[in-house]
Design a protein around this ligand. Sequence first.
Ligand SMILES: [Zn+2]
Length: 472
Amino acid sequence: MLSRVLVPLACLLPVSGHTNPANLENVIVINGATIVHPSQNGAAAVEPNATILIQGDRIQIAGTGITLELTQGATIIDGRGKWVVPGLVDAHVHFFQSGNLYTRPDAADFNAIMPYAQEVARNKARLDATFKLWLANGVTGVVDIGGPFWNFDVRDRAAASAAAPRMAVAGPLISMVDRPQLDLGDPPIIRIDSAEAVRALIAREVERNTDYIKVWFVHRPGDDLAAQEAIVKAAGDAAHAAGKRFAVHATELAVAKAALRAGADYLVHSVFDQPVDDEFIALAKKNHVLYCPTLFVVQGYPLALSNQWRATPEELKRADPQILAAMDDLNEISADKRPERIAKMMAVPKMPDPPRVAMENLKKLSDAGITIVMGTDAGNIGTLHGPSIYREMRLMQESGLTPLEVLRSATTNGAKALGLEGKVGAITPGMLADLVILDADPLADTANLARVFRTIKGAVVYDPEKLMESIR
Ligand SMILES: [Zn+2]
């Protein structure tokens, strides 16, 4: 055990220039670990046998060949045999949804079993626990990319919490279609048909200092794509005029191109329907777009709704136990109480295929230099807050991305999605101290990102086991 590390004291207090032993109580040293630099390639991406010194809420020192002399007070973490990566970012989550069967009555109406208002009340009451799930899974930043107006209160609550990720949010989605099943008085999705109404809603979101304006660009056969694009462009123009970034849900190639022409800064899903082409790549590059594949969520729904969803080992350890327990509820719901669609899915259970087109598109876009951000769409049915990141990252790796590229999407690029580029997403001096200490090499296999020893956010050290114990 290293209980004593030698440090030139001048390094300790670079601001004040003099030493004060009392300040050592706020010092954390991680000694002997391998630092991973996800923005780098090749040998530059790993720095073995390194020392990290955290003081205040920042990384002060990170590198090799550092000798520190700390006599007392500092917290010393033995990093030998461990890897340190920047805190992960899930760039696509929804706190108004829980991941269970009852959370999207527009997709599967279980109101007879669980009134939707009760489900949403549960999610609100459970926020502090949900925040902890993210930290327990090594996630120190999330983007809630659309929900009711109370999303802005969720961001405030997280900022004031002793154990929560950093958060960026969008308010209600500007939508092409109605979702009356989700309207409890503060709807997450609002159908809007005119540019004037778009600007009015955006003004209300800007008043709450929204981080993103989001459009749910749903295009059905027979819809007038040009007319829809004009509305989306009005939203993009209004967002940009207010200095806000513009996120769009657009899952087909033609619709995603229209979204990019309308100014999208962030495509929150893959193009699922056909291979992306040169025109798409050129538009994406022109906008410097962030592209979030969300590969697992399209399997999560059919798995859960056909009663074939099974928890992964990571979910058994670090998902919300309340939600885990509810994932088997279809066994308890008698056949006559199951929504018709569910009864049909259960009658002929079929394993959903991985989204192959989207996976090929991910590889092609990554190789083309498009900025990929990891995001799960957590909260949707079958996609649980926290450990669903491992399902998502596994699919990204299976798409042909290297573990380093997957990690980059969740750190370097995740910082961009959070709006915190240059503040988080790297283990370098001056950055906020958001990092994860791992028991296994994340560059050997993304699955090793589940081997969380400690999560540190804003220089607070969290033990995943203790976080999970605190919410049972
Ligand atoms: Zn979503």
